[in-house]
Each structure stands twice: as C-alpha cells, then as structure tokens.
Ligand binder design. Structure first.
Ligand code: NAD
Length: 419
C-alpha cells in the first residue's frame, strides 16, 4: 500500500495519467516518473510557553533527483499530511522542468496552525523541524523555501539552524530568506508579480484591456496580495478578495494599498469592510474578467466550474482546479482561458533559483536584473505552453504538464536506470 493517499495526491496522480496517456508513456515507466523518490516523516517536540511539551508531525518529500537537487516550499497548516506534501512535490517537478530549472520537485510541511503559536513557539518549531531534516537536505541535495503559513523570518531561522550545525553560514540551504540574511531582491513579490505578469499576457491574448478590467483574488497572503497589487497598478479593478477569515465583493473595486495596510496591521482581511461581505463559495462565481485562486487546493471543482463567470483563471495557488473541473473547463475552452498553476505561479521558484545561484556565487544582482530575468523566463514558458496547446489541440494545463513530464522523462531515459 502506498503511503501517498488522500484527495490531493489522487488528484496529482490522475492528472499525471492524463498526461502519460497523451504522451503514450508505457505503463511500466509510469511509477518511476510519478512516485516520489524519498519521504521523510519526523516528530518535532517543542517546549510550549506554558511549560508543557507538544509534538508536531513534520514531513519532507523529494520527488526526483534526476536533474539536480530537489527544491520546494515548506507549508505550516493544520491539515498538512504526507499525501498533500507528496502531491505538491510532484507538481514542483513538472513546474521546475517547464521553467527549465536544474531541480527536481520537493515539498515539506508541519501539521500545525501557525497562528495558534506564539512567536517563541513558532521559532522553536521551525528550528526543531530544520534540525530533524539536516541529514536529508543540503544545498546540492534539497533546498527549502516558503509556502503557505511560512515566511522570510522562518526561512532565516531554518538557515541559521542549518548553519549552526555546519559551523559556517550556508545561505544557499534555503531561499525566500530576508535580503539581509542572503536573500535576493524581488523574491518576496516574485510569485504574485508572475501571476499578474502572465494575467496581462492572457488578457492581451484574448483581447481584454487591463484598464477597467475586473479581478477576483482568493487568498490574500504572499501570492494573492502581490498579484492584486500588480494587477491594480495597471488599472485592473479588484472587485473580490478573500482570506480564511472573510470574503468581500464590491463591483466598484477595492483600494489595494489600503487593504494591504489593514492586513499588515491585523494579520487578516476580516474587519476591513462591514458592507461588502459575501459568502466565500459565492465569491468564486461572481462576474469578473479574471479569477485568481491564490490560497488552497481544489477550490474550483466539478460543482462550481460550470458556474464560473470569468474569462481568465490565473492559478496562483498550487492545485486549485480538480480534474473534474478541468473536464468542465475543457468544454468551456472558448469562454475561459486557464493559466495553469505550474506556469502561473512559477515566478516563486524561478526567483528562488536566482537566489540560490547568487548565494552559491556570493555575487548579488540588482532588483531590475532579477525582475527582467524573471519576466524573460516567464515569457519563454508562456510561449512554449501556448504554442504546444495550439499545436496539439489540448488545454494549456495538458500542454504545460506534457512539457514538464517529457523533460523529466527524457532526463531519466538519458541517464538510464542504475544498476
Ligand atoms: P500565505 O500563507 O502567505 O497566504 C495564504 C492565504 O490564503 C492567506 O491569506 C490565507 O488566509 C488564505 N486562505 C487560506 N485558506 C483559505 C481558504 N480556504 N479560502 C480563502 N483563503 C484562504 O501563502 P502563499 O505563500 O501566498 O501561498 C498561497 C498559495 O500559493 C499556495 O497554494 C502555495 O502553495 C502557492 N504558491 C506559493 C508560492 C510562494 O512563493 N509563496 C509559490 C508558488 C505557489
């Protein structure tokens, strides 16, 4: 029996088999491509502020080691399990291959609600998790980064913990660090900037003028807030917003810098407005030009895909659209243009790659250099996906995943199977 179970891993597996069928990959090759190479499960005991001890389960899954070290974020959330982490690691592999980065995919996480911990408890847990992972990670083995529920500060604690054990500072062990600790300019906004950048490419493609266009953003964390800002800066009206505490909809649009100030001060969206509150599920089916899910998996599903009233879906989150929804969206191909997750949110790992390269070389780039190279990399992937979708007559998701899976498969074939 596989340790990878649950709806999120099933979704990654089903998506993979659609692509494998499309590429005619023989059945006996498929497990080697899909199943993660390594999975580490740890128990992280920490001292709580009240003097008690608690133990939190932590995971790290490394999908394949064929093209270099593995790379992937670390998620702190109450529902984290190894099936979800495994799925996210698999998606990272296709994403890195599509973006032509020399990495396999990885992902890690702790089953915890970070908002329920004090700063001191969060630091204890972050450091203990990294300490437990030291035998399994390294700058040329597996490089961590932030994901949902983690941030620059946690990456700084990871880097410091790893470095204390090595006896020298090793900034290249994690990306998404503060700039003052060896991070790169542009990483904080990279993913959301990429979501906005590709949204503009999609608008151009289907003939939507950004000024006055409307967008709904689900999730207002790192990805959602910078996506909203990037869109608003070019005149897009953000008519819908949500986080895990509240959802808002107002056709007049929200003042994004003001929303950012509110979230900066209070940590959550709740309390920003008393008038525009809407049911969180209903938010997704309100009319808009662009819908950007930037929170959790499986929010666009078989039940709501037929009700969506947007023209573009920009998948800032990983895995926001289920395979059932994909079937519906395929029928609606002429109405809704999908920018699939492994293309749409790749800005994060692309700039993480730039950060790793800068750390290895101890030579740092200007923000302009980082952003220019990011946009060039996204443009290249965009062109490859759109061209492939049109040539093969398939959805953008199938095209993007086919490019990623093919690259990993070819690398495996060329290296051969040891022994
Ligand atoms: P984050 O922790 O900074 O923010 C997550 C946001 O989602 C918060 O506003 C939270 O309140 C909200 N949220 C959580 N559950 C929700 C729900 N059920 N409905 C609505 N909102 C909800 O996380 P992030 O880094 O912005 O990551 C968001 C998504 O983007 C994840 O799927 C992550 O894997 C993906 N992603 C992140 C990066 C990155 O660089 N941070 C890169 C690529 C992909």
């Amino acid at each position: 029996m596989s340790i990878y179970s649950g709806p999120v891993f099933e979704m990654a597996r089903d998506q993979f088999h659609v692509i494998a069928d499309h590429l005619d990959i023989p059945l006996d090759e498929r497990d080697r491509l899909l199943l993660p190479k390594r999975a580490v499960a740890v128990s992280c005991p920490i001292h709580m502020d009240d003097g008690t001890t608690r133990v939190f389960p932590g995971y790290r899954v490394q999908h394949h080691l064929t093209m270099g070290p593995t790379k992937g974020g670390t998620r702190f959330a109450p529902n984290v399990d190894i099936g979800e982490i495994g799925a996210l690691a698999v998606w990272m592999s296709w994403k890195c291959a599509l973006a032509e980065l020399p990495y396999g995919g990885a992902k890690g996480g702790i089953t915890v609600d970070p908002a329920a911990l004090s700063r001191h408890e969060l630091e204890n847990l972050s450091r203990r998790y990294m300490q437990e992972m030291i035998p399994f990670v390294g700058p040329r083995v597996d490089v961590m980064a932030p994901d949902m529920g983690t941030n620059e500060q946690i990456m700084a604690w990871f880097m410091d913990t790893y470095s204390m054990y090595q006896g020298v500072t090793v900034p290249e062990i994690v990306t998404g660090k503060p700039v003052a600790s060896g991070g790169t300019l542009g990483r904080r906004e990279a993913t959301g900037h990429g979501v906005a950048f590709l949204s503009f490419r999609a608008m151009e493609k289907i003939g939507v003028e950004p000024v006055g266009a409307s967008a709904i953003i689900q999730g207002f964390g790192n990805v959602g807030s910078f996506a909203a800002l990037g869109l608003a800066e070019r005149g897009v009206r953000i008519v819908g917003l949500s986080d895990h505490t509240v959802a808002y909809y107002d056709p007049k649009g929200f003042d994004i810098p003001a929303v950012n100030r509110h979230v900066g001060a209070h940590g959550v969206l709740r309390g920003f407005s008393s008038e525009a509150v809407i049911d969180a599920e209903a938010l997704l089916t309100q009319p808009c030009d662009l819908l950007a899910p930037c929170a959790v998996e499986r929010v666009i599903n078989g039940a709501n895909a037929g009700q969506l009233k947007c023209r573009i879906i920009a998948e800032g989150a990983n895995g926001p659209t289920t395979p059932e929804a994909d079937l519906v969206l395929r029928q609606r191909n002429d109405e809704i243009f999908v920018i699939p997750d492994i293309l749409c949110n790749a800005g994060g790992v692309i700039v993480s790659y730039f950060e790793w390269v800068q750390d290895l070389q101890q030579y740092f780039w200007s923000k302009r250099e980082v952003m220019d190279r990011l946009e060039q990399a996204l443009d290249r992937s965009w062109d490859n996906v759109v061209r492939r979708a049109e040539a093969d007559g398939v959805s953008n998701r199938t095209a993007a995943m086919a490019i990623g899976v093919e690259k990993v498969r070819n690398a495996k074939i060329l290296r051969g199977l040891f022994p």
